[in-house]
Design a binder for this molecule. Sequence first.
Ligand code: HC0
Ligand code: SF4
Length: 567
Amino acid sequence: GDFVNVDGRDIRIEGERNLLELIRKAHIELPTFCYHSDLSVYGACRLCIVDIDGMGVVTSCSTQPKAGMVIRTNTAQLRQMRRIYLELLLANHHQGCATCVKSDRCKLQELAVRMGVTEVRFQTKLEAKPLDTSNPSLVRDPNKCILCGDCVRACEEIQGVGAIDFAYRGAATTVAPAFGKTLSEVACVYCGLCASVCPTGAITPRPQIDRVWQALSDERKTVVVQIAPAVRVALGEMFGLEAGVVTTGKMVAALKMLGFDKVFDTSFAADLTVLEETTEFLGRKTRGERLPQFTSCCPAWVKYAEQFCPELLPHLSSCRSPQQMFGSLAKATLPETLGIEREDLFVVSIMPCTAKKFEAQRPEFQAGGHPDVDAVLTTQEFGKMIKQAGIQFNQLTPESLDLPLGFKTGAGVIFGVTGGVSEAVLRFAYEKLTGVKLDSADFAEVRGPQGVRIRQIKLGDVELKLAIVHGLRNARAVAEDVRAGKADYDFVEVMACPGGCIAGAGQPVSFEQDTTQRRTQGLYDADKTLQLHASQENPYLAQCYSSTLDGIGGRRAHELLHTGYSS
Ligand code: HC0
Ligand code: SF4
């Protein structure tokens, strides 16, 4: 085979696109701001430089491996050059680190520490630019931008949105929403991918912690909370646990200590979504009407469809997302059960997602001028509240979720990973179409990391064609095929974030390579350890349908659980 030599060891070339990836196989993680394996190579930060015999110093991200290369990654010259690059970045960066929301997980800080930068010799006087707080999901602080371009490329290349771009030239160069607008005036869909890839605090999720503290200390309010599926496999990372470790019970204990009156699970509402969405789907399939049915639980996707493919809106499922089904159901039923007034009930969500903050504010999801979900915290914000309160998370004894809205099956848990909604729907559709009880609950063929997965699945006599997509640029391609009559799918699942909700922009910031994979495995394991795996087996749903919803697809179910989107 072909080898290169990295710091004295031979490493086999196995189709790596660049030296940076290949050098990882020698267990060396080169410093970089602007390299992401799923984005185009930009080579702007220059930190990933290596020294190659006969070539000199080059950026490893933009150099292809060639057999026989002799590479050094850690010479005195390289260390010195990297320190200078970092000092230059720091000189143009607003240095209010102690008060920055990104302080504990900032790549710029991490690398400055790692490279031993202890002073900045090139001080420039920086004029503070105003923050952009116009967007419901994100805050942009141009003073902290280091021009790596990660957000620009993520928004364009993965989401196909292009809401932010480079502006001006030379020393005045900046990254900003297109045409000098604010982040609420461009076509932003609130996915937060820009914030996920931002190495500093230049784009961050917009916090709502203060509103939640306020509600918690208001004696008139009864504060209840729902926890999204993906949160349970990621929150632990903020307390030193490995990605994928499920911490549901400890989260319940922490929330009770923070003063929440009831702790429920969005996965209960996801089970409800499965029954409603599958019923809607099989109805359309029988009538041959408005196929394929697109999922509508990802609010960034819904916004994207409204802006970029409005002709597709009749194809979206009319189901509200689980977050919103939970909100309307909670506001409709809990006041009576808890013996309180509707205005005194405050519903909080904990979500892995920034777009959920936007979704909760949509006019469709208000009743009598009050939103069904009053505040949306990200996983990161939840972790910060625990830290602010001084709660020793790892020491907590697990507690149980409250009933009935805290009971779920595994189908409602796997929603948090790409393919999960499809698999949950198949677990119900199988029984509906065959009349046979499901024995093995897995439809593993819909799982996987590929951005577009087309699967043909036979349930009894019915052949179903599914497309499972993540990344909105991929969704656009599928939507174009559908419009052009080139695709005969029955069902299309779309999640904006690559990997699904587990990789959402509200999740803890991770510098590890395998985080998405570990969180994914964590959710599939959580499904396995639950008692029930198919939504139709959730006994509290049956109760809810008879007491409140007038049966699956019933009148009240329609009022509370469905909606319509228009452009
Ligand atoms: Fe998701 Fe959801 S699974 S969008 O990915 O459908 O955010 O975790 O809460 O609503 O359940 C996010 C995660 C949710 C919703 C659910 C869906
Ligand atoms: Fe682009 Fe998503 Fe960021 Fe909006 S939130 S600017 S759509 S990456």
